[in-house]
Design a protein around this ligand. Structure first.
Ligand code: GTP
Ligand code: MG
Length: 587
């Protein structure tokens, strides 16, 4: 039976041999068949929304991570989630809700039913809506009367009210199928635009981001029953600019405000302090808090299913699915370093549109080939892969992003953060960071990413984004990526040799495919997916397995290609500590 991919091949764009030297490729990217040929940078600017969006922000003041978080958390507190019939008059729905106050925005989406996310202009509107909301009259079961901001709206006369009603327009909350993605990528006109297209399809939408903050706010309502001053904040890929539709929601129960000393002046001859339970360590305190909040989520949290308390993990957590939102949630507490890592990644992701485009593509590539997995194990994690991509971008000439030490040098007094004894200081103000002068296209960056890691001396070197330099490995883990803040730790300690070998073999294969295409010598026929699309095909991985014995040959092929590029294009190959790399000055 023909695979879906084979069926869609006729739609895939024909592949063209490319003229021009590798040097021009470095400056302009790799033009593809199109009626009007565009360089990849022009094409990216014209076609890729990710790029447009990023570029339109040039000249405007960029918000800090904390500003974005505070704004969105406040917005989430004025927002409700309503399960409603798919066929409903949007106008009547909004008129009905407007009786409780002005509505700032709303949208519908599907997840085990149709849901509406409605943001009021004032928080008071929610109390007004709750006043007219009844508790469900269930005949055989009993409802736990915990009043939240998750509602169900039903029609009084479904047969007449929905009869001639079209379903409401729903916003997408998940990524397209990989075969559909491959098809879309084939109609881009350069590899650069393929990367931007992928990012545009995969990245979290504004609506989905709002939903993530809303879920945090709903969990905060539960935790507030015990800790009225707590906040629940998202971290990880939901907010670090690298989140893909459908990724998990990492949440941080922040109890820090509770520990703070009162700001009111202490007068009189006495001190007052709370009597509190004492426990032997912060870890035990976290476990106890999460255990209780986990039970509350399980027992009272509408929409929260499959609650698991994973309290013996290195970082204790409560995991559950938020069914109406359609994603998995991990709630942790006492996890400020991870919050800071998220801010660091947010900064890197916001500096240059190529950063996110490259990371999204590499993450997608790794996922389709089983290099990463949703199940914890000996695999490279998305977090590690992201750090590897950032390291690669720091190593370009000129660098595309600064090192962590350089960001630390730009820090103000208010950026100083020492968390659990770890120095997590770096500049939060994006506007202070000088844009890079590097103009390389994503065509080049993608190909060189695979080339770089296909030949990286993993046996002796570690990856360190603080210094932006390889360093000797302090211990013999197959993959050593220094934790940016807890510097004595390796974030990829879990990765086994076999998994790293697969990554290296696939990286080499992909570097080879892109280099072949670049020379117009592709072994693939003209009707097949090209560029990034070709790298996502299962055949790439099977070629690696088949060609394990061929690995020497593949390296030979890469070497001879590099040699021919050296001769043909007068592009200097420099020997960098025994490793072969291109000098990548653009024209
Ligand atoms: P996806 O969930 O796979 O989309 O990516 P993610 O970045 O959210 O990863 P994950 O959910 O596994 O982890 C959430 C956050 O925890 C990351 O963004 C990091 O800030 C932090 N984190 C994850 N793994 C590690 C690790 O091994 N070491 C450290 N220090 N932090 C980690
Ligand atoms: Mg995550």
């Amino acid at each position: 039976m023909a695979s879906r991919l084979e069926l869609l091949l006729p739609w895939c764009r024909l592949r063209f041999p490319v003229s021009g030297t590798s040097q021009t490729r470095r400056a302009l990217g790799r033009p593809r068949l199109s009626q009007v040929r565009l360089s990849s940078t022009e094409a990216a600017a014209q076609r890729a929304p990710g790029r447009e969006e990023a570029d339109s922000k040039v000249g405007t003041r960029k918000k800090t991570f904390s500003e974005v978080q505070a704004e969105r958390l406040e917005q989430a507190q004025r927002t409700v989630l309503i399960n409603c019939p798919a066929k409903i008059s949007e106008k009547k729905f909004l008129t009905y809700l407007s009786h409780h106050g002005k509505i700032n925005s709303h949208y519908f989406y599907e997840s085990y039913g149709t849901y509406a996310v409605v943001e009021f202009s004032e928080k008071d509107s929610i109390a007004s809506l709750q006043d007219v909301t009844r508790t469900p009259g269930i005949e055989e079961e009993c409802a736990v009367p915990f009043k939240s901001r998750l509602f169900t709206l039903t029609l009084k006369n479904p047969s007449t009210q929905a009869a001639h009603q079209a379903p409401v327009h729903c916003h997408k909350q998940s990524t397209i199928l990989i075969n559909d993605l491959v098809q879309k990528l084939c109609s881009a006109d350069s590899v650069s635009n393929q990367l931007y297209t992928l990012m545009d399809e995969y990245q979290l939408t504004e609506e989905n981001t709002k939903l993530r903050f809303l879920v945090c706010s709903l969990i905060q309502d539960i935790a507030c029953a015990y800790f009225p001053e707590c906040t629940v904040k998202p971290f990880g890929s939901s907010v670090n600019t690298f989140g893909k539709l459908g990724c998990d929601l990492d949440m941080f129960l922040d109890l820090d405000e509770i520990g703070r000393s009162p700001t009111r002046a202490k007068t009189g001859p006495f001190y007052m302090e709370y009597q509190m339970k004492r426990v032997p360590s912060e870890r035990i305190a976290s476990q106890r808090i999460l255990s209780v909040i986990g039970d509350c989520i399980d027992n009272f949290g509408a929409g929260c299913v499959g609650v698991q308390k994973i309290l013996n993990a290195r970082c204790p957590l409560v995991r559950f699915s938020h069914q109406p939102a359609g994603f998995q949630c991990d709630l942790t507490t006492n996890n400020r370093v991870a919050m800071r890592s998220s801010e660091l990644l947010y900064i890197y992701g916001s500096l240059d549109s190529r950063v996110r485009a490259l990371v999204f593509s590499v993450r997608c590539w790794a996922r389709v080939h089983g290099i990463t997995s949703t199940i914890p194990g000996p695999w490279i994690t998305n977090f590690s892969l992201t750090i590897m991509a950032l390291f690669f971008l720091q190593k370009r000439t000129p660098p595309i992003i600064p090192t962590l030490d350089q960001l630390k040098d730009l820090a103000d007094a208010e950026d100083k953060h020492i968390i659990e004894g770890y120095d997590c200081t770096f500049a939060s103000n994006l506007n202070k960071i000088k844009p890079t002068e590097n103009t390389e296209t994503l065509d080049v960056l993608l190909s060189d990413f695979f080339e770089y890691f296909g030949n990286f001396a993993f046996n002796k070197n570690s990856i360190n984004i603080r210094k932006g330099k390889e360093q000797n490995k302090p211990e013999p883990s197959p993959l050593y990526i220094q934790n940016p803040f807890e510097r004595a730790l390796n974030i990829s300690k879990n990765v086994q040799e076999k998994q790293l070998d697969r990554f290296v073999a696939l990286a080499r294969e992909c570097a080879w495919i892109l280099q072949q295409e670049d020379k117009g010598h592709s072994s693939l026929s003209n009707s097949q997916p090209w560029g990034l699309a070709a790298l996502l095909l299962p055949s790439v991985a099977s070629n690696c397995v088949k060609g394990k014995k061929k690995r020497g040959q593949a390296s030979e092929r890469i070497k001879s290609l590099l040699d021919s590029l050296k001769i043909n294009n007068s592009e200097s190959l420099v020997n960098n500590g025994g490793k072969r790399t291109f000098s990548n000055q653009t024209q």
